[in-house]
Design a binder for this molecule. Structure first.
Ligand code: TYD
Length: 140
């Protein structure tokens, strides 16, 4: 196995093409977003007190951007955990494969946009934290 250590928290700053009319951000696959974008989804209208996620992906890479409001993202690669606020439409969080993620503390106006490197596939999900830790410890 490679000894290469990938940072758990990887931010991408998207240039805002703002002028006196307001702001605009463009997202381009294999350019500002480090993969070919195959899927886009967004989470909004999250009810008070709801937390989401609670899974890792075997191969999927994602970039999450809070384009309105804010939410907290917990990332965990089995060795390290980090909690960050997603609160800017010009900041993307790049989440690589085999990272456990949870989203908490959604503001009522939160719109969380997610760009994904693959189409939806339930068999790419790891939904048990214990199973995730087992797989991670084997691949280390
Ligand atoms: P879920 O995985 O529970 O969302 P989260 O991880 O954000 O809490 O997804 C909710 C439902 O939507 C679930 O039935 C799967 C479905 N879904 C799709 O059909 N396509 C998708 O791209 C995503 C992300 C989810």
């Amino acid at each position: 196995m490679s000894d290469e250590k990938i940072d758990l928290v990887q931010w991408i700053d998207f240039p805002s093409l703002g002028d006196d009319r307001g702001s605009l951000v463009a997202l381009e696959g294999n350019k500002t977003v480090p993969f070919d974008i195959k899927r886009v989804y967004y989470i909004f209208g999250t009810q008070p007190g709801v937390a989401r996620g609670f899974h890792a992906h075997k191969a999927l890479k994602q970039v999450a951007i809070c384009i309105a409001g804010q939410c907290k993202m917990l990332l965990d690669n089995g060795a390290e955990k980090a909690e960050v606020w997603l609160d800017s439409p010009t900041k993307g969080l790049f989440i690589e494969e085999m990272v456990w993620r949870e989203m908490h503390d959604f503001s009522a106006n939160c719109v969380l946009l997610v760009l994904a490197s693959e189409h939806y596939a339930e068999d790419d999900y790891i939904r048990s934290y214990d199973h995730f830790l087992k797989i991670i410890s084997i691949s280390d």
